[in-house]
Design a protein. Structure first.
Length: 255
């Protein structure tokens, strides 16, 4: 069967886990069962520098099953603040992030699949209070957040711009989550998730630790990805794709 490849960081890696409820990857796989194989290529902690280095190992050769979709979901780690505690530094300067995305989108491994449909997902918003609380619990002392709402918004904007410049479809997850939190372009005041803004219960319900997703967050991701497919490739919606192998009761097919 043709494939949907989900290539991203820990948010992608964890997207099949159903311990707490709804899981994006599991639901996507269920939606496309017997039509397309959904492949999880999420790698916890990865940024676009690392993604670019391993891309040729992620994308199968043209002798393997065709890639129908590639969902590219990086930016959350690139947007980490520099010189923050906790392991090797993950931050990638904004312009380098833009360049890396462009290099990924024009990589020979992808160009070898001319029929591939690429979806660039923006980094999701963060909640600084939740990030600080999670880091403080981990280190056993009061910690500042290692990401900010304002800085992450810049990376989401860069992903939108790169997708537009390269003629690739963008799923603006940042805007979708912020919209559910009541924020719109042109809204006054600080961004939801900022420490100088009132706590936003909706945004916090989407995030488990200020960065990673709750089942509600994964449901937003699923809804937005399916909406993106519907708006750009309506013929690729699950109910418009045939089973790869015939149904058990398709008597004509089994003759």
């Amino acid at each position: 069967m043709d494939q949907i490849i989900l290539f991203g960081d820990s948010i992608t890696q964890q997207s099949f886990a159903q311990d707490n409820g709804f899981a994006f990857g599991a639901e996507l796989s269920n939606a496309y069962v017997r039509r397309l194989d959904v492949i999880n290529r999420g790698h916890s902690g990865y940024n676009t520098e690392q993604a670019l280095k391993v891309l040729s190992q992620i994308i199968p050769s043209t002798t393997h099953p065709n890639i129908r979709f590639l969902a590219l979901f990086f930016g959350a780690n690139d947007a980490r603040l520099p010189d923050t505690p906790g392991g090797p530094q993950q931050d990638v300067p904004l312009e380098k992030y833009r360049a890396n995305l462009k290099s990924i989108l024009t990589h020979p491994s992808l160009l070898a699949h001319p029929e591939i449909r690429i979806i660039v997902l923006t980094a999701p918003p963060v909640d600084e209070r939740m990030l600080s609380a999670a880091a403080s619990a981990f280190f056993g002392t009061k910690m500042a957040p290692n990401r900010t709402a304002v800085n992450t918004a810049k990376y989401a904007k860069a992903a939108r711009e790169v997708a537009k410049e390269d003629g690739v479809v963008c799923c603006d997850l940042w805007a979708a989550m912020m919209g559910r939190a009541g924020w719109r372009e042109g809204s006054r005041g600080s961004l939801p998730g900022s420490p100088d803004e009132e706590q936003n219960a909706v945004l916090q319900s989407l995030l488990s630790d200020g960065l990673h997703f709750t089942p509600r967050g994964y449901k937003v991701l699923y809804d937005e990805v399916m909406k993106t497919i519907e708006q750009n490739w309506s013929d690729q919606m699950p109910d418009r794709l045939p089973f790869v192998l015939p149904a058990w009761d398709d008597e004509a097919a089994w003759k």
